[in-house]
Design a protein around this ligand. Structure first.
Ligand code: FES
Ligand code: FES
Length: 163
């Protein structure tokens, strides 16, 4: 039994330490945004954040996660109140089948948290591992730029309302 912190909540998990995080998220916690693509760390569809960094949950055993904060797409925002990254992907219609999109958004979110204004090249390099079989790469690129603008605007309005 171990405690796993996911999206700000503690969960008691009864699974072997070498169980991949992805299985626990989907099977035990019913958080289905992260997807099983290859199971080998080669496609990016299972990406979540651990302590703010993008991590491939299919190859991350839960024994490494005691005391660390896991964030999934469900933890960023809701349908009623989407986070900037989610709004941007919707506004740019970045998803076609959508299978790759949660992973793309989580890695893009981690990028934007450490680099608020990434260049095209930086976004491309960051998302290079992520496969999109539908080929919506240009829309995804635009969505990440749009998320950066939305985050900027949100930060400005937070600062104004705090004054
Ligand atoms: S399912 Fe994890 S990288 Fe493909
Ligand atoms: S939108 Fe279908 S795999 Fe990317």
């Amino acid at each position: 039994m171990m405690t796993l912190k996911v999206n700000g909540q503690d969960h008691q998990i009864d699974a072997k330490g070498d169980t991949p995080l992805l299985y626990v998220l989907r099977d035990d916690l019913k958080l289905n945004a992260a997807k099983y693509g290859c199971g080998l760390g080669q496609c990016g569809s299972c990406t979540v954040m651990v302590d703010g960094k993008a991590v491939l949950s299919c190859v991350t055993p839960i024994l490494l996660l005691e005391g660390r904060q896991v964030t999934t797409l469900e933890g960023l925002g809701t349908i009623e109140r989407p986070a900037p990254i989610q709004r941007a992907f919707m506004e740019e219609q970045a998803a076609q089948c959508g299978y790759c999109i949660a992973g793309m958004m989580m890695r893009a979110q981690a990028l934007l948290q450490r680099n608020a204004k990434p260049t095209d090249e930086e976004i491309r390099a960051e998302l290079a591992l992520h496969l999109c079989r539908c080929g919506t790469h240009m829309r995804i690129l635009r969505a990440v730029h749009r998320a950066s603008q939305l985050m900027d605007t949100a930060e400005l309005s937070d600062k104004r309302s705090a004054q």
